[in-house]
Ligand binder design. Sequence first.
Ligand code: ZN
Length: 225
Amino acid sequence: MNNKIAKSALVVFSGGQDSTTCLYWAKKHFDEVYALTFRYGQKHVKEVDIAADIAREAGVHHDVMDVSFIGTLGHNSLTDPTMPMDADRPQGGVPNTFVPGRNLFFLSSAAVYARERGIFHLVTGVSQTDFSGYPDCRDSFMKSLNVTLNLSMDEQFSIHTPLMWLDKAQTWALADELGVFYLVRQRTLTCYNGIPGDGCGHCPACKLRRKGLEDFLGVTSDGFN
Ligand code: ZN
């Protein structure tokens, strides 16, 4: 096998905290890194521009793929502007911010895209620890999908999930360890209301991100700026 190809990885990249941390994790572990961003009908398409900027600065290949059918297939509040977002996980169900099939389609599309380029390492920032009730962020799903991708194309893909068992505070610690704490804090977009950096502060994504940051910095809400 060609060494260079074996050392290439493709990162599923949204420009958020988790995937940006994964992008720099991949840069540390692979010689050549590709980042792939999806347009899936998300309300805040500026995340695509933010992803492009971060990828350019990171010096990785970047591409954007349109998979906007995902947003219309399943009804959810991330792609339907008329639906208010669930603030919390409802009892016994998934929040309406769950985009059904998103990671299934993302990883499957990414695998085909990667295979065309001779890349068989896929990196995604999903986490079971803070999975917000999303079933497609769980380790069992990723392992199952990895097998399915291999069988579907008769290849040997490796799905890497460096954040799988980290909570948000540990993800901040990893960004810090990779030397990109400030870049991740200031430039990434995690907020469901489309505000980069520390975000709106009120949506579920901001609350989770902020809680992790406070835990990492060892400060309470009162001392947080
Ligand atoms: Zn927010």
